[in-house]
Write a protein that binds this ligand. Structure first.
Ligand SMILES: Cc1cc2nc3c(=O)[nH]c(=O)nc-3n(C[C@H](O)[C@H](O)[C@H](O)COP(=O)(O)O)c2cc1C
Length: 379
């Protein structure tokens, strides 16, 4: 089909999928547009790049099932606070109940209030959620990834390995298969904590955490980096220090010290993209990158992809008031995917066709490939 023929199909698909998005939309996109949306996260092939970031939208099996039915590519489970065999948690301050979330406009975008807390139920309950996620992963329906916040020491202190041992082994047992995919969360409120006052302290965590986790299980490790309260150069230094991870999630929310909360919106994506711009001289593909922060359109997915992200993790866009989505039916996940993929102006298909038209994206074997947008990505 010609580029203009594809655009006509797109307008048509956008309209008819408002009522129902087919679960296997990636195959439809491949057949109709000859666009291959395949993406990657933590070494796994994904049908498309869009996943859900850790948080309040992945707290129970019902949410995961809805996401699997909608055809989401992956979901990161809510962050659990690590504990030792006796149940002690050095990061217990983060294991308290989240106050009610409020979705608000921020600049030209949206943000959701979040005090940056983790899982507040028992560790046993979390392991049940991990098993539910494992079942969906094994059935090929939805890749799920547990997320943990482990002890982080001051410079003159050792790591509390008892937490790393107990938590990692329990998760690996619940997962059952090797390797265990895992995200290590360095959350935005950590950036606001006195623990993160010192650069050397943060860099040590990023260098040493992978070995403390991997000592206890075969883990494929992603580290979700915070936006520290330092400049862009330091943000790059953090990425380099975290070079032992298999993947990096770049970068979690900004921290508002006055209000004591983490926020997103346009300031977040501006900062993240600006820092990633400096990464163009990255010598290797390891660790691979997964983008997060103010992603609300296919156009924004492409901005992250061009800066090295072979998948993306959204939270806020899955939480908007229903009237903000163009679709009229379906779960929020379906409505969000519909807009991200099929919007005729700013959806992922439209932007890839636009790049083909301008000569910045070429067909291979007749197909446009999402991963061709990503410098250094393995197809
Ligand atoms: C209410 C809420 C809870 C969140 N909880 C977590 C969490 O437990 N662990 C984590 O790593 N990130 C957490 N996040 C961060 C999101 O996963 C995401 O990376 C971040 O909000 C940026 O993406 P967005 O602009 O699409 O929201 C949370 C975000 C929100 C809004």
């Amino acid at each position: 089909m010609s580029n203009s023929g594809s655009r006509a199909s797109l307008a048509n698909d956008f309209e008819r999928f408002k009522r129902e998005l087919p679960r296997d939309f990636p195959s439809h996109v491949r057949d109709t547009y000859r666009i291959d949306l395949s993406a990657r996260y933590l070494g796994e092939r994904l049908p498309h790049p869009i996943g859900k970031g850790s948080g309040q939208l992945s707290l129970n099996g019902g949410q995961l099932e809805t996401d699997a039915e909608a055809g989401l590519a992956f979901a990161v489970l809510k962050t659990v606070i690590a504990q030792d065999a006796a149940g002690d948690q050095s990061m217990a301050a983060w294991a308290i109940h989240e106050t009610k979330m409020k979705v608000e406009r921020r600049g030209a975008g949206w943000t959701v209030t979040w005090k940056g807390r983790g899982w507040d139920r028992s560790f046993e309950d979390y392991l049940s959620l991990v098993r539910a996620g494992r079942d969906l992963t094994r059935a090929g329906q939805l890749l799920t990834v547990p997320s943990v916040k482990y002890h982080l020491p001051r410079l003159d202190e050792p790591f509390r390995d008892a937490e790393y041992t107990y938590t990692t082994r329990a998760l690996a047992t619940a997962w059952g298969e090797s390797p265990l995919p895992l995200e290590k969360d360095f959350s935005p409120t950590l950036a606001g904590d006195r623990l993160a006052d010192e650069r050397q302290q943060i860099l040590r965590w990023l260098r040493e955490v992978p070995q403390h986790i991997r000592a206890h299980a075969d883990v494929r490790l992603s580290m979700k980096l915070m936006n520290a309260r330092f400049d862009d150069d330091f943000q790059r230094e953090m990425m380099e220090a975290a070079g032992e991870a298999d993947a990096l999630v770049v970068f979690n929310r900004l921290f508002d010290a006055e209000q004591g909360l983490a926020y997103g919106g346009p300031e977040l994506s501006e900062r993240n993209l600006r820092v990633l711009d400096r990464a163009s001289d990255r010598p290797t593909v390891r660790p691979s990158l997964s983008g997060t922060g103010n992603i609300h359109s296919g156009r924004m997915i492409v901005e992250y992809a061009l800066r090295g992200c072979s998948s993306v993790q959204l939270h806020t866009f899955f939480q908007l008031p229903l009237e903000e989505y163009p679709a009229s039916d379906g779960s929020r996940t379906q409505r969000a995917l519909h807009a991200l993929i099929f919007d005729p102006r700013d959806g992922l298909i439209a932007v890839m066709l636009e790049r083909e038209g301008s000569g910045s994206l070429e067909r291979h074997g007749g197909e446009l490939l999402f991963l061709d947008l990503v410098p250094g990505a393995k197809r």
